[in-house]
Design a binder for this molecule. Structure first.
Ligand code: PAF
Length: 323
């Protein structure tokens, strides 16, 4: 016993002399698989922090909503019972109301526009608001432009969507907009969605191509319409319980890793957008590629009046004006 204790002390001493440090394993959660856009971004982040801190920090991945829905995971990160989440902004407005503005449908013209806004002063300001609420946004990652799928009919124009029972995120900005298309929005955490589609509890859902691929919705949905009706930003969020313990140098490593993660995640979104539609067709989905976008934009005009009251017409215009 005495010998063992002495041996342990000698080994510990040797370890310190050799520069061996304790290792912290951070739990990171996200909704889709490790091969999906969220998994790709998260893996790059984790590889980078492990390299940049000489192995003092590494991650344990919890893909496929293993730690719960996004809302639950954001809450856990805020409380410090989970270290990291790579999440859409869908439920984030429930924690940081200022973020809701970026969930307005038809706000962003295209990927270039959205990424420029999120990486520019408007995105920076939102990151500061998140920090005030105990959510350290290391980088704006990405979920992608959302498209509608359903089991009933092809959606070409807004009227075709009317009467469909569609699962939405737990996001009032989305729901208020979708109601103007005549959709019956049914908010539901993502982990419950596949079964709800399979059992016909809802007719459809809306998500970006990378999610439709990763979640294998082609198995339970016949129609896909490339409505691109709303951009879905995402964020790689660290718990303040971890952030506040990092040295200044490690903080820089984490921020740089977040930037690389965002780049990789966006590249994967681009790839899925480029190749995924052909794959979904091969898997049997009927795809409407030419959607009448104007019919949706016209339908949503009344909701924009309410958005202007809630967020300020000038703030909406400032986002739209970014070139
Ligand atoms: O639909 C959602 O809830 C989100 O888009 C998802 C799939 C969880 C990814 O952020």
């Amino acid at each position: 016993m005495k010998l063992n204790r002495s041996l342990a002390l000698v080994l510990a001493g040797l370890g310190l002399a050799a520069g061996v440090h304790a290792q912290t394993v951070l739990k990171i959660g996200y909704a889709t698989s490790k091969e999906s856009h969220y998994g790709v971004g998260s893996t790059v982040f984790c590889d980078e922090i492990e390299k940049g801190t000489q192995g003092r920090y590494k991650c344990q991945h919890f893909p496929n909503s293993a730690l719960g829905g996004e809302r639950e995971q954001i809450e856990a990160v805020q409380l410090g019972t989970q270290d990291l989440v790579n999440t859409s902004t869908g439920p984030l407005g429930n924690f940081v109301p200022e973020v809701k503005i970026v969930d307005i449908p038809f706000l962003f013209r295209d990927y270039d526009h959205a990424r420029k806004v999120m990486d520019g002063p408007i995105g920076e300001e939102l990151r500061r608001k998140m920090a005030e609420k105990g959510l350290i946004n290391l980088a704006w990652t990405e979920n992608g432009f959302r498209h509608m799928t359903n089991s009933r009919r092809a959606i070409v124009k807004a009227e075709d969507a009317a009467g469909l029972k569609m699962r939405t995120m737990e996001n009032k900005v989305h729901m208020d907009g979708y109601k103007t298309f005549g959709i019956l929005p049914t908010p539901m955490p993502f982990p419950e969605l596949f079964t709800a589609l399979q059992q016909g509890t809802v007719d459809g859902q809306e998500n970006p191509i990378p999610v439709i691929l990763a979640a294998k919705f082609s198995q339970v949905q016949k129609h896909l319409s490339l409505t691109g009706h709303v951009y879905s930003p995402a964020a790689l969020i660290l718990s303040p319980a971890v952030w506040n313990k990092l040295s200044d140098a490690d903080k820089q490593v984490f921020l740089a890793a977040g930037k690389k993660a965002a780049e990789a995640q966006r590249r994967k979104v681009n790839e899925d957008e480029a190749n995924g539609i052909a794959q979904l067709k091969r898997e049997g989905m009927q795809v409407v590629e030419k959607v009448d976008g104007d019919s949706f934009r016209k339908a949503i005009a009344p909701a924009y009046q309410a958005y202007a009251r809630e967020f300020g017409a000038d703030r909406i215009a400032a986002i739209q004006a970014v070139k």
